[in-house]
Ligand binder design. Structure first.
Ligand code: GDP
Length: 350
């Protein structure tokens, strides 16, 4: 039986080798985006950003904003499959004395990772003292209302057909997906077969450097979402740089799998980045040779998180990144991934 077990080990070795080969092939053929394509998409995003910046400065010069900037996976070679989206970050300026940031766990809703932004001193500085008072709902700055204000400007006042034809693009406001019903995005066709979504993402930064984005909680529209994106991205890239690791490759393969498989779309980049960061705390070997093992482990870890209904944010463990998914979505994701464990390669056949 020692012979049959060594045969089994050999067989497992071959299986592992072939998963390893499949993963790298999938990565090169489907996941990774050529530098030229990334460059073309960044170029189009920059053109759109310049138009928006100029328009907003002339049309609403008194709107208190810091400089807008482009951001996202496209700028760190972390985008997958096709270079098709970028975020345009729009930092709002809030008067320190008039606004306060209240963490979600200190509100009746008790949701860590989300915040309320309350208007203060209304008795001395009545409504309209701040530009952003126009976006108040029940005494709080509403991310939904901020998005709607920008929507009026960006889709209502800008002549995108004319701007697009000058730039040589077809530009139109995009219909938000059901996952992000509250979102403002422009669809830019910058080539006969290339499209890019530029998402408009208003942002607040507190005095303690907490950054909040106007991507409201799925059910509680008054809550701002805390962004850990920069810290997560920086950490992943730094870990890989230190040991020449394959964490980003592993995450990108998982992102592509979720992008290409409709049953897995509720899992987003933040779920996957955090699952990889958590796995990095216990696993030291992220050499290229270990990719298949780490990938399988990542899927198993995700199944575990889904079973527990809890995927903690690696940078703030009280935040549960699954908190907005319905129990049914969590079950279905867990089931799909669980079924793939016996044959992880099946995830690559999309
Ligand atoms: P990808 O969109 O799946 O390729 O992954 P990203 O890493 O680019 O994640 C983008 C998502 O993270 C966006 O949908 C944003 O809503 C969200 N996000 C939160 N904070 C930030 C931020 O500071 N910058 C960007 N670009 N996105 C952020």
């Amino acid at each position: 039986s020692s012979r049959s077990s060594s045969k089994a080990a050999l067989h497992r070795g071959r299986m592992r080798l072939s998963l390893q080969e499949h993963l790298w092939a999938f990565y090169h053929e489907r996941v990774n985006i050529s530098p030229e394509e990334q460059q073309a998409a960044r170029h189009a995003a920059l053109d759109i950003c310049a138009e928006l910046r100029a328009f907003i400065h002339t049309k609403v010069p008194d709107m208190p904003l810091r400089d807008m900037y482009l951001s996202g996976s496209l700028y760190h070679d972390l985008q997958v499959v096709s270079a098709d989206h970028a975020q345009l970050m729009v930092p709002l300026i809030l008067e320190k004395s008039l606004w306060s940031f209240i963490p979600g766990e200190e509100t009746i809703m008790n949701v860590p990772g989300f915040w309320l932004v309350r208007r203060e001193n209304l008795e001395y500085f009545p409504r309209t003292s701040s530009y952003w008072d126009r976006c108040l709902i029940g005494g709080y700055l509403s991310p939904k209302s901020v998005l709607e204000a920008f929507e009026k400007l960006v889709t209502g006042c800008m002549n995108w057909p004319a701007i697009g034809s000058v730039l040589g693009y077809v530009v139109r406001p995009a219909v938000p997906s059901h996952m992000e019903a509250l979102a403002l995005s422009l669809e830019v066709q910058y080539d006969s077969e290339r499209w890019l979504h530029v998402d408009f993402l208003p942002l607040l930064v507190s005095e303690d450097a907490v950054s909040l984005i106007a991507k409201p909680h799925r059910e509680r529209e008054n809550l701002w979402r805390q962004s850990f994106w920069s810290a997560e991205t920086t950490k992943l890239l730094a870990l890989d740089r230190d040991d020449n690791g394959c964490r980003c490759v592993c995450m990108k393969i998982a992102k592509a799998v979720c992008k290409l498989n409709p049953a897995l779309t509720p899992l987003n980049a933040s779920h996957l980045a955090n699952a990889v960061l958590l796995l990095s705390e216990s696993e030291r070997d992220w050499s290229r040779e270990a990719l298949a093992e780490r990938f399988t482990q990542l899927i198993r870890a995700l199944v575990g998180h889904l079973e527990a209904g809890r995927l903690p944010c690696a940078l703030d463990p009280k935040v549960n990144l699954l908190c907005e998914l319905t129990p049914r979505e969590v079950d279905e994701l867990g089931y799909t991934l669980y079924c793939s464990l016996s044959d992880p390669e099946s995830l690559l056949r999309t």
